[in-house]
Design a protein around this ligand. Structure first.
Ligand code: B12
Length: 210
């Protein structure tokens, strides 16, 4: 088994204590940080598939998520470059009713490295909380909403529409998450969508500079 396959297997098995060391070993062997990250993202796909098939349950899914987060911590300094430019503040959060945050955290890290100051509201974020964060923080130029559950897409729609009709100005709204598409983003009135963390950073810059 290659070290990358080892990382993948241990994330799938939820071995949070072992994963950081294995990620470091994979790096030491010369594997690129992006490649290791992709392997862990693939693991979560496998975990999701097993959950759908009834082979594993929520606790196993949670353990895999913890293992991946520990692995991402090792990669963080390598993935997120430092940027000196300032594109303003980005308020980010996972919409109400939704507790998934691995994707959001990756997106946050990449948008930060593109030159934004991040205000991370965490998970299960109500529309009101998003709006208050825009009022309470200086120069908010971007609001990023994440959602992983099809059942929380209505919360995303409500958040985007409330942001757009709040009377607050000066910011763009970007949305994303596995069940979100460009079509859906257009339909709910978001300014932008991106399918992954890397393209989220590119899109964020593009939206704010437009
Ligand atoms: C880990 C996990 C959990 C963990 C989450 C822990 C955590 N801290 O996040 C726990 C155990 C808590 C969990 C709970 C549940 N989960 Co869950 N979970 C997953 C799993 C396996 C992985 C998610 C993940 O982290 N993926 C890896 C990251 C990197 O990918 P990502 O989130 O998609 O993010 C990328 C892009 O989408 C994008 N992106 C994400 N956010 C944003 C935001 C912006 C602005 C942009 C531009 C881009 C962007 O960029 C990211 C990086 O590239 C998925 C399966 C899957 N294939 O996704 C199921 C999955 C999402 N869960 C599912 C379900 C059903 C549940 C539960 C309802 C289970 C239950 N019966 O209780 C609960 C719901 C709890 C709640 N209220 O939220 C279903 C959802 C089905 C659906 N379509 O609605 C899935 C798809 C599993 C399945 N196949 O059935 N889950």
């Amino acid at each position: 088994m290659t070290m990358i396959e080892e990382v993948k297997a241990k994330v799938e098995a939820g071995k949070a204590k072992l994963v950081p060391g294995l990620v470091q070993e994979a790096l030491d062997e010369g594997n690129a940080a992006g490649e290791i990250l992709q392997a862990m993202i693939d693991s979560m796909g496998v975990v999701g598939g097993k959950f759908s098939a009834g082979e594993i349950f929520v606790p196993e899914m949670l353990m895999a998520a913890k293992a991946m987060s520990k692995g991402v911590d090792v990669l963080k300094p390598l993935l997120a470059g430092t940027s000196t430019s300032s594109l303003g503040t980005c308020v980010i959060g996972t919409v109400q009713g939704d507790l998934h945050d691995i994707g959001k955290n990756l997106v946050s890290m990449m948008i930060e490295s593109a030159g934004f100051k991040m205000v991370d509201l965490g998970v299960d974020v109500s529309t009101e909380k998003f709006i208050n964060a825009i009022k309470e923080n200086e120069n908010v130029t971007l609001v990023a909403c994440s959602g992983l559950l099809t059942t929380t897409l209505s919360a995303m729609k409500e958040t985007v529409q409330s942001l757009k009709t709040s009377g607050l100005t000066g910011f763009k709204v970007i949305v994303g998450g596995a069940p979100v598409s460009q079509e859906m983003a257009d339909e709910i009135g978001a300014d932008g969508f991106a399918p992954d963390a890397g393209s989220a950073a590119v899109k964020a810059k593009e939206l704010v500079n437009a």
